[in-house]
Design a protein around this ligand. Sequence first.
Ligand SMILES: Nc1nc2c(ncn2[C@@H]2O[C@H](COP(=O)(O)OP(=O)(O)OP(=O)(O)O)[C@@H](O)[C@H]2O)c(=O)[nH]1
Ligand SMILES: O=C([O-])CC(=O)C(=O)O
Ligand SMILES: [Mn+2]
Length: 607
Amino acid sequence: MTSVTIPGLESAPTTHERLVSWVHEVAELTTPDRVVWVDGSDAEWERMTAQLVAAGTFVPLQKQPNSYWAASDPDDVARVEERTYICSREQEDCGPTNNWMNPDEMKAIMTELYRGCMRGRTMYVIPFCMGPLSAQRPMLGVEITDSEYVVVSMRVMTRMGTKALDRFVAEDGTEREFVPCLHSIGAPLEPGQQDVPWPCNETKYITHFPEERMIWSFGSGYGGNALLGKKCYSLRIASSMAREEGWLAEHMLILKLTSPEKQVYYVAAAFPSACGKTNLAMLEPTIPGWKVETLGDDIAWMHFGDDGRLYAVNPEAGFFGVAPGTNWKTNPNAMRTIAQGNSVFTNVALTDDGDVWWEEMENEPAHATSWKKRDWTPDSDEKAAHPNSRYCTPMSQCPILAPEWDDPKGVPISAILFGGRRADTIPLVTESRDWQHGVFMGATLSSEKTAAAAGKVGEVRRDPMAMLPFIGYHAGDYFQHWIDTGKRADAGKLPKIFYVNWFRRDENRRILWPGFGENSRVLKWAIQRIEGKAAAVETPIGHVPAAEHLDLSGLDDDPADIEACLKVNVDEWRAEIPGIEAWFEQIGDKLPSGMRDELEALKQRLG
Ligand SMILES: Nc1nc2c(ncn2[C@@H]2O[C@H](COP(=O)(O)OP(=O)(O)OP(=O)(O)O)[C@@H](O)[C@H]2O)c(=O)[nH]1
Ligand SMILES: O=C([O-])CC(=O)C(=O)O
Ligand SMILES: [Mn+2]
């Protein structure tokens, strides 16, 4: 079948012809020293982590069982949005919010980059499944990579290896579709050349071919650039599939909320990267009798069920969470999840006794090794951990994991929250007037840029549905798809949409709302609004609670702060309009008329 002999290439543990021939094609192009089919076993994990330790990529932690510290190349620390492309055949289908290149042109460039790029390395073939393995239509993918770090991380983040490969050929013998995901760090090794702990390439491309449902990534070993099941498949490619097939692939956490009366509600929430999804997903309510359980912290796939309700499934199997700010007070459940071990920490600090530490964690060490592998003390000018440092940990270890997390049917969503990081203008919580108004809130969502993507932190940008970097097609078509989704359903069965902001500040930049566990007060209000049990004030922007409409019992914050974070400031909102108009201008002709109508109505109400 092949002209070259590469050890391991002929030992495919599957009869799936399309898969086997793609693996051959890639091996011939990238010319690795050997090919390994990943099985996902414990023995394999042990082999791979030992290899990463020997290579200097991993340092085993003394204080955490079966867990490792890794420091990336300082130039490979976050998603690279400028290098991320949607290569649809027509530029028109990519839209104004994505980078585009003609697919043939991109393939020509990347094929030359891939040629020989795995020389001196092992090519791993990782079969994986996003979402439950038992799904009627398992959502399959195969990542080919030359990075052991990626293999180990994919084992935490996805259902992978033999158990996924078993799903590639259906009972009747038909070969199932899968998304081919080709990844290389782009760092071939010449004979005798010493490897570096974090090999990568200055040239980076994160490329999606939506019509072919295929992903090509080159040059980066980092998270969202390299773990291709995550943002690349489960959001960019899946959003494009979802549009064609009538479902939603969203950047949302999924949580289960149980009231003191034992009523169960499921909530999905979209906040931009590093704006609080993981924290809300694992929240410990401060109000008595309410309980939160976790189903997902980053991605939700939502389909209509037979009963006409929208059901959400989390495609992932692990958490790839922001480390800084995570501690026993803000997110005890994340701390408990990590404490069980089996985790990888990237770009946090390493303490002298073999533990991890990051900014705002308890027990600040007197000395540590920073993410840049430099000596660090509390007096250092540099941060110990990179602001986008991450823990990668299995979801199954989460003490408040909802038992239904692996149910292929998903869970029926009662409320959708959209939220951003805004110092002003946006109140703590606003209830939309109806579905289309909720879509408008999502479409005009704005947030200050965070460290989760390369670029200037703090700048306010529009981030529709927290999906700006993840919509796999034209943003105008995406808004239309959201509107159409509402039209397909019985209005009474649709989730109610709310807009939240945990990050409003006073004139000294102090955050007004205590956040974290106290966000349960907002969840309670939202649920009670759905049940018709809570009051609100009708304002030009939607229904907003006054302080007395929220359960604030036991909260000892200054009432003036609460007033301030609930305030609808009409002047600030009028000042917001030109930004929304410019944003809609940018979307262009494909902006749904419903969005223009909502903007006009808002302007009218603001006077
Ligand atoms: N003030 C305040 N900060 C919060 C709140 N929730 C989260 N944060 C902080 O925001 C940062 C990011 O929070 P995460 O929950 O990890 O954000 P995320 O949306 O899951 O981020 P990605 O994994 O990048 O998608 C952390 O430093 C948190 O401590 C909140 O309610 N209030
Ligand atoms: O994708 C990543 O690298 C991390 C993440 O969750 C995000 O940025 O939203
Ligand atoms: Mn995320």
